[in-house]
Design a protein around this ligand. Structure first.
Ligand code: ZN
Length: 172
């Protein structure tokens, strides 16, 4: 497994719409393994393929951290077929928007249809953190970041701050 570089905003690549996967082959499985490793390394709970520069409709999620065990979930070509009218609020962050957080409202329940790691068609009813996480990751597949839900003023401020972020410090 390989740890990949996570793209960060501002980056035009993060704004493109990811393409549907025709068939889940070993290429996609290797990508999913690498994405999971990359996500664990960065201490994230979700990652979309586009965040490591691959415009495919694939996301990985693992909410098992609290219980101190790995419980990876893989979603290929996920589609939300049902969502609740009731909203819930979480303070969201994103590996592609480092060190920035904001409260975002999203439907508190959703049903998602997808292909799993083996390429089998599945359906999952989700609520709470998992529902929010899936919706956040699925936004990435459309080129949407959580900061897009904020006012233009707030968003521009965050992007400006990120653009100015310091270069890596090296000691040689
Ligand atoms: Zn994200």
């Amino acid at each position: 497994m390989t740890i990949k570089k996570i793209l960060t905003e501002p980056n035009k690549f993060l704004r493109q719409v990811s393409k549907k996967v025709d068939e889940v082959s070993d290429v996609e499985r290797t990508l999913m393994d690498d994405m999971l490793e990359t996500m664990y390394d960065a201490n994230g709970i979700g990652l979309a393929a586009i965040q490591v520069g691959v415009p495919k409709r694939i996301i990985v999620i693992d909410l098992g951290k609290k219980e101190n065990k790995n419980m990876p979930l893989f979603f290929v070509n996920p589609v939300i077929i049902k969502k609740n009218d009731k909203l819930t609020t979480y303070e969201e962050g994103c590996l592609s928007v480092p060190d920035q957080f904001a409260e975002i409202d999203r439907p508190n329940k959703c049903t998602v249809e997808y292909l799993n790691y083996e390429g089998k068609k599945k359906m999952l009813d989700t609520d709470g953190l998992l529902a929010t996480c899936i919706q956040h990751e699925m936004d990435h597949l459309e080129g949407i970041l959580f900061i897009d839900y904020l006012s233009k003023l707030k968003r521009d401020y965050i992007i400006k701050k990120l653009s100015k972020s310091k270069p890596d410090r090296i000691v040689v």
